[in-house]
Design a protein around this ligand. Structure first.
Ligand SMILES: *Cc1c(COP(=O)(O)O)cnc(C)c1O
Length: 397
């Protein structure tokens, strides 16, 4: 046990379950502890460090911006913020961008936007949100109120009222939930914290159709799925539809706090001066890095590689599934956002991989998530699969 880990336990709020590991350095797909041990990072800081740790081009941009300008407030324009907004708009369905600092804040902004847009266009009766069971949208009260897992609510109720729940991929339930009082539906195209559950094409089409029928907004929370993670720049591109509003965060500045809410002009224009704000939102340091991130991850060749790596890794895990059906139940995901559902509890699998110095996450008690930096190479994929197989062999009854 490390001294710093002990200190951390004394001085930090106990709201995280942390490993007694202290990381002091990162490089690409690797993390190094204070004891000089090397770990292969298949978490990417929970789908944040899509370009790996200490990416040279990002370090360079950050250093340059650090010497120029850190903060001005949003009373003025800064070059990195305007440039990033322009890039995001050019690369997506959207027309305008609001910047904040975290995923939950982007979700808050989207929910507030939907309420205000509906209020101004249809009056205050149109205020309900449809949200999906098993979803995750963040920890602030608004975001928590549309998060469909009651374990996150415990002790925090009452939540924001006006939320209607639908089971993911339940077409009939979706149809029944809609009426004129719904202002928006919010969904993750692939539920991340929910255990890597994919929404079906039919369900997403239906949601889009019902939004149009009832004049409601389709909000995509792409905080985990966006920015190349699934092999497309945005996961909505897999489905051939466009949302009205999209939330991005996690990978947007590869580890600096930055989030964005992107929407169509006629919607976002209800956010008139003073209606919503964020002191740090869109700060020059994070936005300068964000511009470089977008430049790299939007390259079609880069995205094709992510798609290919994702297919290869999934194929290899599927082979393991076939070989060990008594251990592995299912493999799900797109690109490099992969969930392995186990027949057994996932904790010993996670622990054994950790012993073998591979970092993974466990969004559900029976699901292992692999979300490596998108820059990982084929050798690292093979290595991870080999370690996974040896882990399964070691745990086999
Ligand atoms: C991580 C995440 C959030 C919350 O982001 P924070 O930056 O932790 O507030 C919201 N939605 C999804 C889909 C996420 O994966």
């Amino acid at each position: 046990m490390s001294y710093l880990a002990d200190l951390g336990e004394v001085y930090l709020a106990p709201n995280y379950k942390r490993e007694p590991l202290v990381f002091v350095k990162g490089e690409g797909t690797r993390l190094f502890t204070d004891k000089g041990e090397e770990y292969l990072d298949f978490t990417a800081g929970i789908a944040v460090c899509n370009l790996g740790h200490a990416h040279p081009q990002l370090v360079q941009v950050l250093k340059e911006q650090a010497e120029l300008l850190w903060h001005t407030s949003n009373l003025y324009y800064t070059e990195p913020q305007v440039r990033l907004a322009k890039k995001l708009v050019e690369l997506s369905f959207g027309d305008k961008v609001f910047f904040a600092n975290s995923g939950a804040e982007a979700v808050e902004a989207a929910l507030k936007l939907a309420r205000r847009w509906a209020y101004q266009n249809f009056g205050k009766k149109k205020h309900k949100f449809i949200a999906l069971k098993n979803s995750f949208h963040g920890r602030t009260f608004g975001a928590l109120s549309v998060t469909g897992q009651s374990k996150y609510w415990e002790g925090f109720e009452p939540l924001v009222p006006g939320v209607v729940w639908v089971e993911p991929n339940d077409l009939k339930g979706l149809e029944e939930a809609f009426d004129e009082t719904v202002c928006a539906i919010i969904m993750e195209p692939i539920q991340g914290e929910g255990g890597i559950n994919l929404l079906t094409q039919e369900f997403i089409y239906k949601a889009k159709e019902l939004c149009q029928k009832y004049s409601a907004l389709l909000i995509f929370d792409e905080i985990q799925t966006g920015l190349g993670r699934t092999g497309r720049l945005f996961a909505y591109e897999h489905f051939g539809i466009e949302p009205d509003v999209m939330c991005l965060a996690k990978a947007l500045a590869n580890g600096l706090p930055l989030s964005a809410m992107i929407a169509k002009k006629e919607i976002i224009d209800v956010l008139t001066p003073g209606s919503h704000a964020s002191t740090f939102g869109g700060n020059p340091l994070a936005c300068a890095v964000g511009c470089k991130v977008l430049e790299i991850v939007s390259d079609p060749t880069f995205l094709e590689e992510v798609d290919l790596k994702g297919k290869i890794i999934q194929e290899k895990i599927k082979a393991l599934h076939k070989k060990y059906p008594e251990i592995i139940k299912q493999v799900r995901g797109k690109g490099l956002l992969i969930g392995i559902e186990f027949v057994i509890e996932v904790k010993p699998v996670y622990q054994e991989l950790l012993k073998r110095r591979i970092l993974t996450t466990t969004p559900k008690p029976n699901v292992l998530r692999l979300s490596p930096p998108l820059i990982l190479n084929y050798r690292e994929i093979d290595y991870c699969i080999l370690q996974l197989e040896e882990t399964i062999e070691a745990l086999k009854p």
